[in-house]
Design a protein around this ligand. Structure first.
Ligand SMILES: [Mg+2]
Length: 291
C-alpha cells in the first residue's frame, strides 16, 4: 500500500521514511503545502501523513480540503505535529483525521498507528467493492453499474466517444422458479451471468441489473457493434443448461441495445435500451432489438 508523507521539513521526511521502512510500504513524499492537495490527487495514496505546521497552508486546511473532495475524502489522514497540546490533537481529529502523532516519532508507535490506519482503509475498500457486486452471480450489481455508467458517461463526453448499453431480461424466468424452485433458478442466473460475462471485453461491464435482468455497459462502441455483442450473449445463454430433476433446464434472453448518440443523459440511455428491450419482447422474445 502507498503512503504519502507531506511535511515541509526534509529531516522529518527522512526520519519518517526510515522509521516506516520495515513496513515495506510504497512511500512517497511532498514538501510544498500549497500544492499538497494536487499531490494527493496525483499519487492517490492509501494513507496521508500530514504535517500541521507548514508555511503557506496549515495541515488543518489541507485536511479540510481533502475531506470535502469527492475523490480524496475517503483517504485517511494522520496528523504529524510537534505540538503535544491536547487542544491541537482534538482539533486535528475534529478535522477528520483518523489519528494524530507527535514528533519526534517513536518508531514503534508510528508504525503501529500507520498499520492500524491502513488496516481500516483496506476494510473500507473491500466493503466499497462488495457493495457494488452481486453476491449470487459475482458480476456488478445495479449500484456498481450505475457508478460505472456515470464515470463512462463523463469520459465519453470529454473524449467525444460513443457509449453503448445493452439491457437483457431472461424470458419467462418465473416459470423456472415455479417449476424447479428457487435453488435451480439461482443456478440459472449464475450460468446466464457467466454466459454474458464470457462475451465481454476487458473494458465492458457486465452487471445484474435486477432480479432476472442483466446489462452490459459497452464503452467506445456504437449500438450496432454492441448489438453484435448482445447477439453473441443471447446465443450463449441459449446454450446454457442447468441440470435439475435429471434434465437440463435452459432459458432464453431478450436484449435491448442503445447508444449515447443524440442522448442527453445516462438515464435517457437506460430508458432507450429499456424501450428497445420492450421491442424485443414484443417481437417474440429470444431476440436483440436496437433502440
Ligand atoms: Mg512543519
Amino acid at each position: 500500500m502507498k503512503v504519502l508523507i507531506i511535511d515541509d521539513d526534509p529531516d522529518a521526511l527522512a526520519i519518517a521514511r526510515v522509521r516506516l521502512k520495515p513496513e515495506e510500504l510504497d512511500i512517497v513524499s511532498h514538501s510544498d503545502a500549497t500544492t499538497a492537495v494536487e499531490a494527493v490527487r496525483r499519487e492517490t495514496p492509501d494513507l496521508v501523513l500530514l504535517d500541521i505546521d507548514m508555511p503557506g497552508r496549515s495541515g488543518f486546511v489541507i485536511c479540510n480540503q481533502l475531506q470535502g473532495d469527492q475523490d480524496l475524502g475517503r483517504i485517511p489522514v494522520i496528523f504529524l505535529s510537534g505540538s503535544t497540546d491536547t487542544a491541537d490533537k482534538v482539533k486535528g481529529l475534529d478535522y477528520g483525521a483518523v489519528d494524530y502523532i507527535t514528533k519526534p516519532f517513536d518508531a514503534f508507535e508510528l508504525r503501529a498507528r500507520v498499520r492500524a490506519a491502513l488496516r481500516t482503509k483496506r476494510l473500507q475498500d473491500m466493503l466499497a467493492e462488495y457493495a457494488q457486486i452481486d453476491p449470487l452471480t459475482g458480476v456488478a450489481n445495479r449500484r456498481g453499474l450505475e457508478r460505472h455508467l456515470r464515470t463512462e458517461w463523463s469520459r465519453a463526453q470529454r473524449q467525444g466517444s460513443v457509449l453503448a448499453f445493452a439491457l437483457g431480461d431472461i424470458d419467462h424466468f418465473k416459470n423456472v422458479n415455479d417449476q424447479y424452485g428457487h435453488p435451480v433458478g439461482d443456478k440459472v442466473l449464475q450460468a446466464v451471468a457467466r454466459a454474458i460475462a464470457g462475451e465481454c471485453r476487458e473494458m465492458d461491464l457486465p452487471a445484474r441489473y435486477g432480479g432476472e435482468e442483466f446489462a452490459v455497459l459497452v464503452p467506445d462502441t456504437t449500438a450496432e457493434h454492441a448489438w453484435a455483442l448482445a447477439e453473441r450473449c443471447r446465443k450463449n445463454v441459449e446454450s446454457v443448461g442447468v441440470s435439475a430433476e435429471n434434465q437440463s433446464v435452459g432459458v432464453t434472453i431478450s436484449f435491448g441495445v442503445a447508444d449515447s448518440i443524440g442522448v442527453e443523459t445516462p438515464e435517457d440511455l437506460l430508458a432507450q435500451a429499456d424501450k428497445a428491450l420492450y421491442g424485443a419482447k414484443e417481437s417474440g422474445r429470444n431476440a436483440v432489438s436496437l433502440g
